[in-house]
Ligand binder design. Structure first.
Ligand SMILES: Cc1cc2nc3c(=O)[nH]c(=O)nc-3n(C[C@H](O)[C@H](O)[C@H](O)COP(=O)(O)OP(=O)(O)OC[C@H]3O[C@@H](n4cnc5c(N)ncnc54)[C@H](O)[C@@H]3O)c2cc1C
Length: 310
């Protein structure tokens, strides 16, 4: 039997409460419009579960009733995978699962729920004296579940890798509502198949990520940033090898930008001013940490106190 939208909304309200279901098309706009405005399908409903148990209940119900579920985080994805394709699916927003469950800066990991906004994860890590090295322009809206599901990489991908390399463990609800409990902080984990690596980058096709244990790194003392003119991509590659050879793991960002890209951003007011010193066909954006390694801030403070006491 095919359920109508009102029947779907009523069933979902029974699982998560009326306040956590959006059934009126006029209130769904923010969940349906994706950044590139290429996909324009409606949804049967939007559901916002407030706990892992509620995510499981929704998945179990959707599976039993043949309803398609589309997980959504910050809705910043650029390929439209977070919005409906047919128009009869239910969007399941993870935005209410927004707690950082635990953080251990000294051991180098934090466990954050899928709905934690990346910028918030940065703040929590920094307050503990550590850094979570995933930076991208959508960090004020993109959420942990979406970043992992799209295996995002930002400006520091060269130094620290994509989201997959920054993930130690994952907790996810499978299509039939079962919970995969893979939250693991162990770096040297060589047991069995790596299901976490399948869930990361799966764009929600293998399960709904509800939380993840993420790698943290020591906070650098500071960093130097430069925009360097280069004649061609080949020259940029030469410069990359040179800088990497001189700075090693302190090289945290190296991006190639065409002049055309800067002009486009200026034209559309995405840049307030031209950041380059002079005209060049290509530029590289280089960032080098002043110091990496050592202990996270909190540990540095403790070790200083210890040495002060002798
Ligand atoms: C201005 C801008 C700059 C960007 N820069 C970069 C960049 O430098 N590098 C880069 O890699 N990407 C970049 N992106 C795209 C980037 O991949 C997304 O911003 C981000 O990773 C998606 O996170 P989100 O929470 O918005 O996910 P959404 O857009 O909501 O979803 C993205 C995908 O993940 C799935 N999903 C969401 N949450 C879950 C979950 N909990 N469980 C399972 N599946 C889920 C969705 O179904 C969808 O398939 C940029 C985007 C913008 C708008």
């Amino acid at each position: 039997m095919t359920l109508t939208s009102p029947q779907i909304a009523t069933a979902l309200a029974g699982l998560v409460g009326e306040g956590a279901v959006i059934a009126e098309p006029t209130r769904m706009g923010g969940y349906l419009k994706e950044p590139r405005k290429r996909f324009h399908q409606p949804a049967a409903a939007v559901v916002l579960p407030g706990s892992v148990a509620e995510v499981q209940a929704v998945a179990r119900w959707a599976n039993a009733n043949g309803i398609g579920l589309i997980p959504q985080g910050g809705n910043t994805g650029l390929v439209g995978a977070q919005v409906p394709l047919r128009g009869d699916e239910v969007i399941i927003s993870l935005s209410r699962l927004d707690k950082v469950r635990s953080i251990d800066a000294a051991a180098g990991h934090m466990t954050a729920e899928a709905g934690v906004i990346l910028e918030e994860a940065h703040k929590v890590a920094e307050a503990a004296g550590a850094m979570f090295p995933l930076w991208l322009a959508s960090q004020g809206s993109a959420r942990i579940g979406g970043l992992l599901s799209s295996n995002a990489g930002g400006v520091q991908v060269l130094a620290f890798g994509n989201a997959r390399e920054l993930t130690l463990g994952v907790e996810a609800v499978l299509a039939d509502g079962r919970l995969y409990q893979g939250l693991n902080a162990l770096k040297k984990d060589n047991t069995g198949y790596d299901l976490k690596d399948l869930l990361v980058g799966a764009e929600g096709t293998l399960g709904i990520i509800t939380a993840a244990t993420l790698k943290l790194f020591p906070l650098p003392e500071g960093h130097e940033t430069a925009i360097v003119n280069v004649a061609s991509p080949e020259a940029a590659l030469e410069l990359f090898y040179l800088v990497r050879g001189r700075t090693g793991s302190r090289l945290t960002a190296f991006e190639l930008m065409p002049r055309f890209g800067i002009d486009l951003q200026l034209k559309h007011s995405l840049l307030a001013r031209d950041p380059t010193a002079s005209l060049s066909p290509w530029y590289t954006l280089i960032e080098v940490n002043r110091m990496t390694g050592g202990l996270p801030g909190a540990c540095r403070a403790r070790s200083k106190r210890r040495s002060a006491r002798g």
